[in-house]
Design a protein around this ligand. Sequence first.
Ligand code: FEO
Length: 398
Amino acid sequence: MKSFYNAERVSENVWWVGAVDWHVRNFHGYLTGRGTTYNAFLVIDDKITLIDTVKSGFEAEMLERISTVVDPQKIDYIVSNHAEPDHSGALNEVIAAVKPEKVFASAMGAKTLKAYYGVDVEVVFGSLALGQGSLTFVDTKMLHWPDSMMSFYDRDAVLFAQDAFGMHLAGSKLWADEYDQSILDYEMGKYYANIINNYSVKVLALLDTLPSLNLDLKVIAPDHGPLYRKDFGRLLQMYRDLAEQKPQLRATVVYATMWHATEMLARALTDGIRSAGVEVNLIDLAVSERSEVMTSVAVSGIVAFGAPTMNNQVFPAMADVLTYVKGLKVQNKLGFAFGSCGWSGEGAKYIAAELEAMKIEQPFALIQSKYRPNRDELQKAFDTGVALAEMLKEKAVC
Ligand code: FEO
């Protein structure tokens, strides 16, 4: 019977056998407007090896793709590069179908897979002989989980990079060079900002280490989105730029509002930044969510947050976003806090304290209006926008 799910050839001895999740729009809180893929790879060697699996529910698709190359029961090894459930959720079902001789993972991977699925996994490090070629394992602990590792198949020079270099992008093409570059740049930036940003030190260490491994790469195969077979220099430089987080000549103003007072300040501030010639993105949390905010914040040299006070607290949507941004450890930014209140005024103070906790420089004192900002307060917000923009121009890289 003809298969509806086919494997796609990556190299002479490696096949893509993953799944395309066209319709996922919420990936643990990250909005995935273009869906995603769960990439898994089949290595045909004396020991036939499956690299990673897929999210639970996609195992039938993966097994059908495998069966277009080889009987799944001929698979000898499964290697788990990363234990997060989008790559291991189908592990028990795949083990039941394949009955592999061994399943391998890093030391932390073995513990994690045991905890998630109760499976016994052999710890692997260094390299694993497959017959004609071998897998070399690159420790990428905390990039982005403690179990994370990459594996390199030397026979075809394919680097299985798990989440690194990935993006959430469903599509019918295997290779990055078959997609519009602007889509790739946006989705990679969004993925980096929301998944990898807080491990930027690890990324820089990896980028410094990779050349010394003399891998002579032919393919970089991440676990999400398209694969790379050319332009490695551009890809690695883009990752370095993202990891270095140098201040960009852009601004993001994020606000929540109840009766438009904070919105009025946000618009005045935005216009001030704009009038000074800095590109600015104004985000209303009533219609946008945290991953969109973080995507913009990551590439902005100015980040301003404004919210009202509600029941002696900051407006809840702002607390959500600040908690999220704080966890992702942004660097090299000018910050500003603002807001509005009727009487107690905790909202803007909370924002300023959170920015301070993130070690974001705040060159100007917060602005908080009572009930509705008057013309002087709006002028002050505009002037603060101008001043922030002028300061950024002195330090921005582009
Ligand atoms: Fe794609 Fe960290 O899982």
